[in-house]
Design a protein around this ligand. Structure first.
Ligand code: SF4
Ligand code: SF4
Length: 488
């Protein structure tokens, strides 16, 4: 993770060594780490001090003035995002003066804001809507004509800007500068003409751009990928881990029924802080599309989808026609710890395999940086390596056929073809290039349809949860292994 982030947010170890200060917020005495600002201090007693421009992962800017609070012995209200808790401080967040100040800030922010809520994608998760209900709730006194601005501006990287909705909190500007390390956005003009923009003739191109949509507290920045697809109140959320690379960013899957609509980052200060990359963010479509949902087999040269029972009995016939010692098992660095362990145990216990092999996602062009994106594009290679599995190119000479846990990389598929190895069984989430060589294919669930764990590049084991049930006739590897074991 880049230094800019670590400099502002402490790790859990740092926190354990920090000195503490005691203060009182709205009559409740609390102890917080030295250096904590009042917004974060209030969170510890479950109190949200309203704010637009403050974000815990970015430097405080203090421009929206929504987080005003009263502090004893200070004559004027102060902004909570830039006021650090000190020993003996007495803070009041709900006085008449503060309520009035918040209402005035809201009135200013809404002067030129369009009445867009019915068509705005942010409706339902918009801070401006929420705070209007909490702190304003009055009709506008502004009778003049609103300032009109441009809508639907493509900033690049799938981010759309609606200038009229922007509250100029500069979170997106700070995100690009401080986290993505790119000067791509700035605020142009002054006063009510102030507007976020890319530099003339430039586009936003950084691979973390999707986070600007997440940090935008209103509907000014929306995602081209998600906008107008689904109202957010229809979506359910499940905690998960991104399988896009070995970083293992913590994410939430947002879905309705068994259709995934978007992925969002989830806070984990030890792994991804508050962010995720765009590769991981938009790599969910394979869960919805091109899914293999029914078992299939190739018999007498004809490939067809068949019932589970037919596939199982053909599998038994096929597996038992080979000497177990001539069959190699290829595990997948894309699968969970549980699925890999069960596959490896099956190979060793039922087929007396001394060596189990593995295949990994290994694209020719593999982007990596020192922010989040890791070179290894597998969520669980660390676990495979701990088990001592070998690469496909090391497959022993006497092997005639293989059982594949899930897909093969291009280069591994090339090796299998070159060696003329039969693919006896392939477990698959989607249609793949390996299909044409497989004798039997069984559908398995994606990470959204099962629970399990991955071990990330720092050796941290993290669990992910099932969002919805496996589709079609898919079963987990563990279920198949138990049933095939009994059959044999
Ligand atoms: S576009 Fe959104 S995040 Fe950026 S300044 Fe405007 S309101 Fe803030
Ligand atoms: S950095 Fe890796 S784990 Fe994180 S979101 Fe991107 S692809 Fe997923």
């Amino acid at each position: 993770m880049g230094q800019a982030i670590d400099a502002r947010r402490w790790t859990l170890d740092d926190r354990a060594n920090m000195s503490k200060v005691r203060l009182i917020i709205d009559g409740t005495e609390i102890e917080v780490d030295e250096g904590t600002n009042l917004i974060e201090a209030a969170k510890q007693i479950g109190l949200e001090i309203p704010h637009f421009c403050y974000h815990p992962g970015l430097s405080p800017d203090g421009n929206c003035r929504m987080c005003l609070v009263e502090v004893e012995k200070i004559p004027k209200p102060v902004i909570a995002c830039k006021t650090v808790a000190t020993e003996g401080m007495v803070v009041k967040t709900n006085t008449e003066l503060i309520e009035k100040a918040r209402s005035s800030v809201m009135e200013f922010l809404l002067i030129n804001h369009p009445l867009d809520c019915p068509t705005c994608d942010q409706a339902g998760e918009c801070k401006l809507q929420d705070y209007y209900m909490d702190y304003d709730l009055q009709p506008s006194r502004y009778k003049e004509k609103k300032v009109r601005k441009r809508k639907m501006i493509d900033l690049g990287s799938g981010v759309m800007l609606d200038e009229e909705r922007c509250v100029v909190c500069r979170r997106c500007v700070r995100f690009c500068r401080e986290i993505a390390g790119k000067e791509e956005l700035y605020v142009q003009e002054r006063g009510h003409n102030s507007m976020v923009a890319t530099f003339p003739g430039k586009e936003m191109t950084n691979p973390y751009s999707g986070n600007t949509v997440d940090v935008c507290p209103v509907g000014a920045l929306t995602s081209k990928d998600f906008r107008y697809k689904k109202r957010v109140w229809y979506l359910s959320q499940t905690d998960s881990i991104c399988p896009g690379c070995s970083r293992g960013c913590n994410i939430s899957i947002h879905y309705e029924g068994n259709v995934v609509y978007r992925l969002k980052p989830r806070e984990n200060l030890e792994v991804n802080k508050y962010w995720m990359c765009d590769f991981g963010r938009y790599d969910y479509k394979f869960i919805n599309e091109e899914r293999r949902l029914i078992p299939a087999y190739r018999k007498d040269g004809v490939f067809s989808e068949v019932s589970y029972q037919e596939a199982m009995s053909y599998l038994r016939e096929t597996l038992t026609s080979y000497d177990p010692l001539n069959i190699a098992f290829i595990a997948s660095a894309q699968e969970s710890v549980e699925a890999i362990d069960s596959f490896v145990a099956f190979a060793k216990d039922k087929f007396f395999a001394d060596t189990v092999y593995y295949s990994k996602n290994d694209p020719a062009q593999s982007y990596a940086d020192d922010i989040l994106i890791a070179k290894d594009k597998n969520p669980n290679l660390a676990h495979i390596q701990k088990l001592g599995l070998k690469e496909v190119e090391a497959i022993a000479k006497d092997i005639q056929a293989v059982v594949i846990q899930r897909n093969l990389s291009e280069s591994d598929l090339g090796l299998i073809k070159k060696r003329g190895l039969k693919v006896l069984v392939l477990f698959a989430t989607n249609y793949t290039k390996v299909d044409e060589r497989a004798l039997v294919i069984f559908p398995i669930p994606t990470y959204a349809e099962q629970s399990g764990c991955y071990v990330n590049c720092d050796g941290m084991m993290q669990s992910f949860k099932k969002a919805f049930d496996a589709q079609g006739e898919a079963k987990t590897i563990q279920e198949y292994i138990a049933e095939i074991g009994a059959l044999l």
